[in-house]
Design a protein around this ligand. Structure first.
Ligand SMILES: [Zn+2]
Ligand SMILES: [Zn+2]
Length: 216
């Protein structure tokens, strides 16, 4: 699978292009301020973007949705429990002192069914706690257990998502991490919304927040 990641200041939030080497079909995950760089990657790899998939609807993960949708005319997917954040994009911007345009309407709410691009399959797991509608996108070859996890701000290398924003809940977050993400397999590669990749095994065995929680 082609995995291209881009991030720009001030949020340094990771946006991803995932592409099928054979068919060139692709998805964009969490287009934010780096959307121009993502569009450049799509062009460089000669990909055909079919879907815009969001891990959640915080400001930094959705400021590029409008441009991505205008460019590719692809449907936007979100978990319905984050619609209040998505619809509140302009207010989220104001909170951080940014002027942002409203995002285009959500086209599809995740309903548990897989999403396909080329030879690949995206399975969607609801992982609330950082926000109510957070999801993990598990991506792999069709019919196999996906080994690449796009977890948004639920889990980071050596850290976890904050739970003090509207709709956040620390206990719910820890349950999502330990009961939804960990069973996806020690070998799975975690691609967080900020910072470097990690693995489930590494976070399960060394993440101080996880160890704290499991020791309670
Ligand atoms: Zn977030
Ligand atoms: Zn974020």
């Amino acid at each position: 699978m082609i995995i291209e990641v881009r991030a720009v200041p001030p949020f340094d939030k990771n946006g991803f292009v995932l592409g099928c080497e054979r068919t060139r079909e692709a998805v964009i995950v969490d287009p934010g301020d780096e959307v121009g760089e993502l569009i450049g990657a799509v062009r460089d790899f000669e990909l055909d973007v079919r879907y815009i998939l969001l891990t959640h609807a915080h400001l930094d993960h959705i400021t590029g949705v409008g441009t991505a949708k205008e460019t590719y005319d692809a449907p936007v997917y979100l978990h319905k429990d984050d619609l209040f954040l998505y619809d509140g994009l302009v207010q989220q911007g104001a909170m951080f002192g940014f002027k942002v345009q409203p995002a285009p309407p959500v086209d599809v709410f995740y309903d548990g069914s897989p999403i396909y691009f080329g030879d690949y399959e995206v399975r969607v797991h609801h992982t609330p706690g950082h926000c109510p509608g957070g999801v993990c996108l598990q991506v792999g070859t069709k019919g196999t257990r996906g080994n690449d996890l796009f977890v948004g701000d639920t889990l980071f290398a050596g850290s976890i998502g904050r739970s003090d924003l509207p709709g956040g809940n620390h206990d719910v977050l820890m349950q999502s991490i330990t009961r939804v993400l960990f069973p996806l397999g020690d070998e799975a590669i975690v691609h967080p919304g900020h910072g470097p990749d990690t693995t489930i095994k590494r976070e399960r065995t060394t993440n101080p927040f996880v160890l704290d929680y499991l020791a309670r």
